[in-house]
Design a protein around this ligand. Sequence first.
Ligand SMILES: NC(=O)c1ccc[n+]([C@@H]2O[C@H](COP(=O)([O-])OP(=O)(O)OC[C@H]3O[C@@H](n4cnc5c(N)ncnc54)[C@H](O)[C@@H]3O)[C@@H](O)[C@H]2O)c1
Length: 383
Amino acid sequence: MRKYHVGILGCGVISRTYVSDIQTFYPALHIVSCADTRAEAAANLAEAFHIPRVCTPEELLEDEDVDIVVNLTPPQMHVPLNRKILQAGRHLFCEKPFAPTLQEAEELLKLAEEKGVMAACAPDTFLASGLQSVRYYLDTGLIGKPFFVTANMTSFGPETWHPAPEAFYRRGAGPVFDMGPYYLSALTALLGPIESISAIGTSASPSRHIYVGPEAGGEIVPEVNTHVSALLKMQSGIPVSLNISFDIYRSHLPMFEIYGDGGTLAYPDPNFGGGTPQVYRKEQYTDTVYQHTPEAEERRRAFRDLPELFTRHRDYSRGIGVLDLASAIENKRQPRCGGDFLLHVTEALEGLMTASENGKAVTMRTSCARPLPLTPGSAIDQV
Ligand SMILES: NC(=O)c1ccc[n+]([C@@H]2O[C@H](COP(=O)([O-])OP(=O)(O)OC[C@H]3O[C@@H](n4cnc5c(N)ncnc54)[C@H](O)[C@@H]3O)[C@@H](O)[C@H]2O)c1
């Protein structure tokens, strides 16, 4: 595979994770330039990571030497900037969410097609070691036939650590668009498409105190619900109980568990690429009927760690989706984080938002195949 030149648009908090991970783990990608409306943010990123060129956003899009633009701007900027990137004839990898509505996502993918370029979107965590291992174990029947899933993104919002938390509470963001993509992508990548969504939205408090950054001491009045509880039905018939929150300080709810007729498969957090899957199998439970031994009793009590079958880069890593996009361009195939999968996840996010705001169940219009799995032990461009 040839080297693909990458330009970073938006040099804020997450850009450092992208640049560091791409430079460390994916030699097929070469970061050649970075740009931000805040020139000093671009200059600081370039200096910290030895990025050859610093430029304005306009210059970045016009740069013929850039193959892929990675859009790391705030969510509300994604649609207009994605449009400009595609119009400029650059391949696009966008941070989540790609667009707040299915219609806008469809328009963007149509534009990409017209321009002969490809578009893909985060999250790419479902391509990393942890969730690919979960998929392998699920598909090989380790827990039998799945019949129920619970997914709980129980967290407190970003105002205790992010220097610019206000954008997280505006329309187009909030817990649904900020954290929902990890969970809806993981669900769809593991269990296939979603059929319908019902949800209830609420907020623990009408305003949010800002603890850090230039606006510390101020208050944010969210434009969206900061807690959403939902019930999804997958096309396979499996019900999913989903909670996504910026209102919970700590919880004992499992972040991600799949229940089958032969056991339970647990994963620590779909927001993380690295994470040890765990299993509890039927036999651990039933053996004590036949064996009254301390060993059998001990086995009955606990989940067991499962080996990760892929290379774990960092627990919290980003950039594997950009590599997959480059591989897709090279091999003229659909990127795993793009196409019908991206449209379906976007529609599910919009549906979750709509259902949680007006209380009516949403029936999904789109469908998709599960993105191709990775082969254990192999780099993306070899599969
Ligand atoms: N912060 C995280 O931990 C995290 C994790 C995963 C994904 N994300 C996603 O990454 C994206 C960026 O988040 P962040 O936390 O890095 O935000 P941030 O506010 O720290 O950085 C965004 C940057 O984009 C720049 N920008 C704004 N408008 C621009 C424009 N028109 N052209 C060029 N640059 C522009 C801003 O000046 C800023 O430097 C969001 O979509 C977010 O959901 C963030």
